[in-house]
Ligand binder design. Sequence first.
Ligand SMILES: Nc1ncnc2c1ncn2[C@@H]1O[C@H](COP(=O)(O)OP(=O)(O)OC[C@H]2O[C@@H]([n+]3cccc(C(=O)O)c3)[C@H](O)[C@@H]2O)[C@@H](O)[C@H]1O
Ligand SMILES: Nc1ncnc2c1ncn2[C@@H]1O[C@H](COP(=O)(O)OP(=O)(O)OP(=O)(O)O)[C@@H](O)[C@H]1O
Ligand SMILES: [Mg+2]
Length: 273
Amino acid sequence: MRELQKVIMEEMGVKPTIDPAEEVERRVQFLCDYVKATGSQGFVLGISGGIDSTLAGRMAQMAVDKLRAEGNEADFVAVRLPHGVQADEADAAAAMDWVAASTEVTINIKAATDGMEAAFEEGTGMQISDFNKGNVKARMRMVAQYAIAGERNLLVIGTDHGSESTTGFFTKFGDGGADILPLFTLDKGQNRQLLQHLGAPERLWAKEPTADLLDGKPLRSDEDELGISYDDIDAYLQGQEISDEVAEKLETKYLRSRHKRTTPVEIRDTWWR
Ligand SMILES: Nc1ncnc2c1ncn2[C@@H]1O[C@H](COP(=O)(O)OP(=O)(O)OC[C@H]2O[C@@H]([n+]3cccc(C(=O)O)c3)[C@H](O)[C@@H]2O)[C@@H](O)[C@H]1O
Ligand SMILES: Nc1ncnc2c1ncn2[C@@H]1O[C@H](COP(=O)(O)OP(=O)(O)OP(=O)(O)O)[C@@H](O)[C@H]1O
Ligand SMILES: [Mg+2]
């Protein structure tokens, strides 16, 4: 096995095979235990219609149901965060239905994002690129979720997991900004597997992953942007051999995104040297 593969596998903790029922139970329990330990009152999470937020959202509601059954006060706020009207609006609606959150909210991030774009252009005299604006959208979603968390004493759920963390395929302090990560140590295929196990409709578990951040390319697939398939990433994280060319591409992305998987670098840190 490649030397770096061993390091990455250890960091991501993805198992080659999982027992879906056990994984769901363990993660729901983790959510319950952390709420109790912190004295918070539940969770908030953006529901996009994609695989990760559908799974994390369903598990959050399962945790809240369990907490309530044990006599605790708890709530899960599932929040739609469209930028205008989503191209996959129907998937987001289907995900909200299936997640069946105790509280549902919609905050449209278009006005805030456009406001930041206009202020940026006025202040700097520069145009913001579509790519950079995409990261602003992801950060606006983070701002909206923390505003809800702050008002209601909730924790912000993040959906980061092995297959996205490895390549740094998330916006730093955007979707990467969260309090608790119930999907960590799973890979993309396993997220799909857990959704199927929980009985999600096929349109939700079979959906093509998309960050959907670009005005110019709505629903651009993650695999198109990454240039690596999730099957290859998952195989690598499970200790299988993939082509050297793909492994090198993945490892380059891993090394370049180290700063996203740690707290901000300070004077005593040596990992970057
Ligand atoms: N070495 C270093 N040490 C410390 N900080 C460093 C750094 N290099 C860059 N930085 C900082 O990091 C910033 C770049 O990071 P970041 O702002 O995240 O931007 P970046 O990594 O360039 O872009 C985010 C990527 O994640 C993808 N994404 C985002 C959101 C959701 C999803 C999804 O799957 O749904 C995917 C998105 O499509 C894009 O490919 C720089 O502007 C700089 O401030
Ligand atoms: N349009 C959106 N509405 C609400 N939340 C969103 C939206 N887009 C992204 N998010 C939030 O950002 C997180 C990261 O997006 P990401 O695309 O990685 O996950 P996903 O959409 O849930 O699943 P997939 O990777 O399969 O598309 C989501 O899990 C969700 O919490
Ligand atoms: Mg998505």
